[in-house]
Design a protein around this ligand. Structure first.
Ligand SMILES: [Zn+2]
Ligand SMILES: [Zn+2]
Length: 361
């Protein structure tokens, strides 16, 4: 209805047209809705001609321009390679049901492998959360491509309940392709710890999906001199150390947590506190608005943005990266969702939209 009004009044468009090129028509239409533009049109056609109505139009235009800028930034994020947060650059592709692979090059780690984006191949550690194909489908290609490039065999972590099947899958691929496919497959259970480097460890945590699943927290590890020895001089500390006295405490700091697909129940498990205080929490927000209910999200083992907002009080992270958006949404929907969550948490909220494709685009 509003659009019709706009289309029938071409004489009013010259002010706006240069600022609203075709790709942003969506934003423009939203602007028209929000700014009650019908009234402005009536005003400018004699029903009222007060200066307050023209300043109303100007402020509406101002608002629309601001929205337009935000929209442009969101679009640019789709093409930008990753996001920089808390000293980490995080890359990857994540579209609910299609593919999810999140990469943290500084940790040489990839979380889930999706369809094996090329940058994932260069990560030595791969953490698989569950066996849905949008998360594990690219695994044989990941292992094969590393072999092709002569990279060392990677270490792939899986929930213990799928290890045997993954082994079988690779036996089939080896038989079919007559290629070696070398890698270390580690079944790492919740509560267990694996040392990736002497200053880096990983621990799985419980998530709640429709099939067995787990998330991962990567911790930095450093030694800190015990309080009772801080007043000592270098030589004295050295002497104590040589005598076999333990002079340091080990400090573990949760750096990055990745949930994979999960219901919001993971927020309420006290054992998951480290995931919720990791510097960066990477989690899913498959559903974003009123058109899909929270019940629907729960039935499908996923999270609704509204649930994250509801549980926001438990998040202690400095940054939250949302992933796994349903392809029913577009970039503007995602941008609005981020703004909504941002009002609920002090953490910086970002969407991983690199390579995101809406089913409507
Ligand atoms: Zn998924
Ligand atoms: Zn899944």
């Amino acid at each position: 209805m509003i659009c019709e009004c706009y289309l029938r009044r071409p004489s009013l468009t010259p002010i706006l047209t240069p600022r609203f090129p075709l790709p942003s028509l969506h934003t423009y239409l939203q602007f028209l809705k929000k700014s009650n533009y019908n009234n402005s049109l009536k005003s400018s056609h004699g029903i009222s001609n007060s200066s307050s109505s023209s300043s109303g139009i100007l402020s509406s235009i101002g608002r629309a321009i601001e929205e337009e800028e935000e929209y442009r930034r969101a679009r640019a994020a789709v093409h930008k390679k990753g996001v920089d947060l808390e000293g980490y650059s995080i890359e990857g592709v994540s579209i609910g049901g299609h593919e999810t692979c999140v990469i943290v090059p500084q940790l040489k780690a990839a979380f889930d492998i999706g369809r094996c984006p090329s940058r994932a191949v260069h990560q030595n550690f791969l953490f698989i959360t569950h066996a849905h194909l949008d998360h594990i489908g690219g695994l044989p290609m990941y292992v094969a491509t590393r072999g092709l490039y002569g990279l060392k065999p990677p270490t792939v972590f899986v929930p213990p309940c799928i290890k045997e099947d993954v082994d079988k899958l690779f036996d089939i691929h080896r038989a079919m392709s007559e290629v070696e496919l070398n890698f270390d497959l580690v079944a790492l259970d919740v509560g267990e710890t694996y040392e990736m480097r002497n200053d880096l460890i990983v621990r799985p945590f419980t998530t709640h999906h429709v099939i067995p699943s787990q998330g991962y927290v990567i911790y930095s590890v450093r030694k800190k001199l015990r309080k009772q020895y801080v007043h000592l001089k270098g030589k004295q500390i050295e002497k104590l150390k040589k005598s076999g006295v333990e002079i340091t405490n080990t400090i573990m700091c949760p750096e990055v947590a990745f949930t994979g697909d999960t219901r919001s129940d993971f927020f309420l498990d006290p054992c998951n506190a480290d995931a919720l205080r990791a510097k960066i929490l990477i989690t899913e927000a498959t559903f974003l608005d009123e058109n899909v209910t929270v019940e629907h999200a729960r039935d499908h083992g996923h999270m609704h943005l509204f649930e994250i907002m509801e549980h926001a009080q438990w998040i202690r992270s400095k940054a939250i990266i949302l992933t796994h958006f349903s392809s029913r949404y577009n970039i503007e929907d995602i941008r609005q969702a981020i703004s909504r969550l941002q009002t609920k948490v002090p953490a910086k909220v970002v969407a991983l939209t690199e390579g995101f494709k809406s089913m409507y685009s």
